[in-house]
Ligand binder design. Structure first.
Ligand SMILES: [Zn+2]
Length: 101
């Protein structure tokens, strides 16, 4: 297995997992339950990690992530619930998980 993506913001990781798995690539999460066990200062070790199950899918997955996180021609969208800015590729708000309509 290869570590694909990790961020302090767990919703970003879930969004990336959503994009990758929607393209038929199997992933698994590590540190999924770690956040509640630490204090206000979250050490890097407890960041939610997205791992790819089949190493052969790594290049394809990285391409998907690049496309998802790169500056695209599509405009970012503003969450109607919490007013946070989201990249066009995100189907859910990274902050509150409201579905983009
Ligand atoms: Zn939101």
């Amino acid at each position: 297995m290869i570590l694909l993506y990790t961020r302090e913001n767990r919703y970003l990781v879930h969004n990336i997992q959503n994009i990758v798995e929607n393209n038929g690539i199997e992933t698994t999460l590590k540190n999924e339950y770690a956040a509640g066990a630490v204090g206000d200062l979250v050490p890097h070790e407890s960041w939610l990690e997205l791992w790819i199950v089949n190493d052969n899918d790594y290049d394809k997955a990285m391409l998907l992530i690049d496309n998802a996180t790169a500056n695209s021609t599509e405009p970012d969208w503003l969450c109607s619930n919490c007013k946070e800015n989201n990249p066009a590729s995100f189907e859910f708000c990274w902050n509150c998980q409201t579905i983009h309509d």
